[in-house]
Design a binder for this molecule. Structure first.
Ligand code: UD1
Length: 426
């Protein structure tokens, strides 16, 4: 298993190009299941999760063509997905277990094929993460849901019918699944208490380019007028606001100055506001965001919330920042019940963190010291890598495969702005 070896203490200066967003790319790839035509996605990041979903789509009968790139692990920036013929409607356990987002094939498959069987994704490190909201929403559109041997089977013999879906709380994935399903349902669907994340807006934009009739994406209520057929399109994946936010934290933590090329400030306002509260200087420059340090970092308080609130996917990185701030910070995780696994690893680097329920109190110190640490999930890994960038001496982040799920060319991008970081065999 590969690992990252980081020698801390260098301020980062320069430009980091921001990749296409993983969390936008995954649902966008599933849109191809809704049409017999080709869907081309530009600006797709080169990530393990994209490969996993490509494998699943291949299994269902989708042909994927790389439109450029250097070969290897799907390095192409532009891929074409051709789901002209779907020859299997079962998403098997072997692929689904690798990535929870595989559940996103359920809505589009049942909408187009009238049936779909997807392995239950099971538990995951950051919490229980059930899929009940996805299933209830599909039932509201007339799907029959059955559970058999660890699989969920959805059927809609006469096709899905538009209906009213009201989510009891916000779910990004469930909103995406139902948005795709409703696009091909007969009649009108309203989705209330929908997720408002920028990735939802990007998905609706792509679906509308395919001929869907969706209004209200980005707001609490989304209306979808179902159409009989969707056609192909070419769509560019939005920039990754979590990747950009992670490097923004790196700029402040290392007391550096980074231009995040292509980052969209509107998509990451809560992150930028918290960076400003912590003492960073944030400016928007010609379609990019620049973050630089102002000499010191001060403590801050955050509570994770659905968009436009502070993103749970930025929590671990900001906890790393809090570890080196002046004074105390209070960080509350309100989305996932078990997303503090990085705490014990940060403590190994010398951090002072007390956790009570879903709230962590971090007392900053200037003296983190390098040590071997174990990554537990994607964003936790980034939090540990950030801590390694400022810790004295050498930090080894083991289980690099977590980072490869969500950060494209991480060590290459960080090296280019001055970090001393190497990928090593385990
Ligand atoms: C997506 C993101 C993930 C991010 C999360 C929250 C992708 C691929 N992943 O995950 O990076 O951390 O949004 O912003 O886009 N829940 C239920 N029942 C359901 C669905 C969700 O109880 O049927 C709960 C979850 O356990 C969690 C909360 O709802 O506590 C929010 O989860 P959700 O927004 O669905 O997250 P994902 O779509 O899985």
């Amino acid at each position: 298993m590969e690992k990252l070896v980081i020698s801390g203490g260098t301020p980062l200066h320069g430009t980091i190009p921001i990749s296409g967003a993983k969390n936008a790319a995954l649902p966008l790839m599933c849109t191809c299941l809704l049409t017999e035509d080709k869907v081309t996605l530009e600006n797709l990041p080169r990530l393990a999760d994209i490969t996993t979903l490509t494998d699943l789509l291949n299994h269902l009968g989708v042909t994927v063509t790389i439109e450029g790139g250097r070969g290897g692990m799907l390095t192409g920036r532009s891929l074409t997905f051709d789901a002209h013929t779907i020859n299997d409607t079962v998403a098997p356990y072997d692929i689904v277990r690798k990535m929870r987002a595989s559940i996103l094939v359920l809505g589009p498959l049942v909408a187009r094929m009238g049936e779909a069987t997807v392995s239950l994704p099971g538990g995951c490190a950051i919490g229980n993460r059930p899929i009940d909201l996805h299933l209830k929403a599909l039932e509201a559109l007339g799907a029959k849901i059955e559970m058999e041997q660890g699989y969920v089977r959805a059927t809609a013999a006469g096709g899905l019918k538009g209906g009213r879906v009201r989510f009891p709380f916000v779910s990004v994935g469930a909103t995406e699944n139902i948005l795709m399903a409703a696009a091909l349902a007969k009649g009108t669907t309203t989705i209330e208490n929908a997720a408002r994340e920028p990735e939802i807006v990007d998905l609706a934009k792509c679906l509308n380019a395919m001929g869907a009739r969706i209004t209200g994406a980005g707001h609490e209520t989304i209306t979808v007028e179902g159409v009989e057929k969707l056609h192909g399109c070419t769509h560019a994946v939005m920039p990754d606001r979590i990747e950009a936010g992670s490097y923004a934290v790196a700029a402040l933590m290392t007391r550096g100055d980074l231009l995040l090329e292509g980052a969209k400030a509107d998509d990451m306002q809560a992150t930028l506001d918290t960076l400003t509260e912590a003492g960073g200087i944030v400016s928007v420059e010609d379609g990019s965001v620049r973050v630089k340090a102002n000499g010191h970092v001060q403590g801050f308080n955050v509570v994770t919330q659905p968009f436009p609130g502070f993103a749970t996917d930025m929590q671990a990185q900001f906890m790393a920042l809090a570890c080196v701030a002046d004074g105390a910070s209070v960080i509350t995780e309100a989305i996932f019940e078990n997303r503090f696994m990085h705490v014990s690893e940060l403590t190994r680097l010398g951090a002072n963190i007390t956790v009570k329920g879903s709230t962590a109190t971090v007392r900053g110190t200037q003296k983190l010291k390098g040590a071997p640490v174990m990554a537990t999930d994607l964003r936790a890994s980034m939090g540990l890598a950030l801590a390694g960038l400022v810790a004295a001496g050498e930090t080894t982040v083991n289980r690099l495969y977590h980072l490869d799920r969500g950060y494209e060319r991480l060590e290459e991008k960080l090296k280019a702005v001055g970090a001393r970081i190497e990928r090593m065999p385990g």
